[in-house]
Design a protein around this ligand. Structure first.
Ligand SMILES: Nc1ncnc2c1ncn2[C@@H]1O[C@H](COP(=O)(O)OP(=O)(O)O)[C@@H](O)[C@H]1O
Ligand SMILES: [Mg+2]
Length: 175
């Protein structure tokens, strides 16, 4: 699928794809301070109505957890909520087909590198900071899943702070 253009209901402008993970694709919006994560399954983007609203549930889950962490001093991107966007695709280079209506999670763009792309002492220090942040989340009542400890899901900013970015399977601890 080739993405040619799209927009959100609030007239956000679509930018470049900056990341891809196991569950989603992340696009940076223009002017650049926000990203939107769209969810897919088996290679296909999830429309809001498909798979019983899985995209919506995913976006709600990530928005809720990231907001809770961010609001309580744990390093997560500021969350701007859930947005429905229209994503056009083309079959042939010149033929636009029907737009897909997709649901995604809008959050702050985090400059820097995922810590799996670092090496040496810088990587070591970032891994230690990741551990501290995840420990804080645990003390606050969360059970971060194994995915949360992955070096693909943590960004080291140029200012030295680390930011957790992926909250799909996070759960509160059961008392
Ligand atoms: N807020 C962000 N700022 C900058 N890059 C991001 C942001 N969110 C995600 N990315 C990039 O996109 C990739 C995939 O995002 P992620 O939320 O981990 O999706 P998935 O659930 O598919 O793993 C990340 O590994 C990272 O490189
Ligand atoms: Mg990820």
């Amino acid at each position: 699928m080739t993405i040619v253009s799209s927009y959100a209901q609030s007239a956000l402008t679509f930018g470049l794809q900056i990341g891809s993970g196991y569950h989603g694709e992340v696009f940076r919006l223009i002017p650049g301070s926000k990203v939107i994560k769209l969810y897919r399954s088996e290679g296909e983007f999830l429309a809001p109505t498909s798979k019983e609203g899985l995209a919506l549930r995913n976006a709600e889950q990530e928005h809720t957890i990231a907001s809770d962490l961010f609001g309580n001093g744990i390093s997560a991107p500021k969350s701007f909520g859930i947005y429905s966007i229209r994503l056009w695709r083309i079959n042939h280079p010149w033929e636009l087909v029907h737009p897909l209506h997709l649901t995604g999670w809008l959050r702050a763009y985090i400059p820097g590198k995922t810590i799996g792309n670092l090496s040496g002492e810088q990587r070591q220090r970032a891994e230690e900071r990741k551990w501290v942040e995840l420990q804080k989340a645990q003390d606050f009542g969360y059970n971060p899943p194994s995915d949360a400890w992955s070096s693909k899901n943590v960004i080291l900013q140029p200012n030295g702070r680390i930011v957790l970015i992926d909250f799909l399977y996070w759960k509160k601890k059961v008392n």
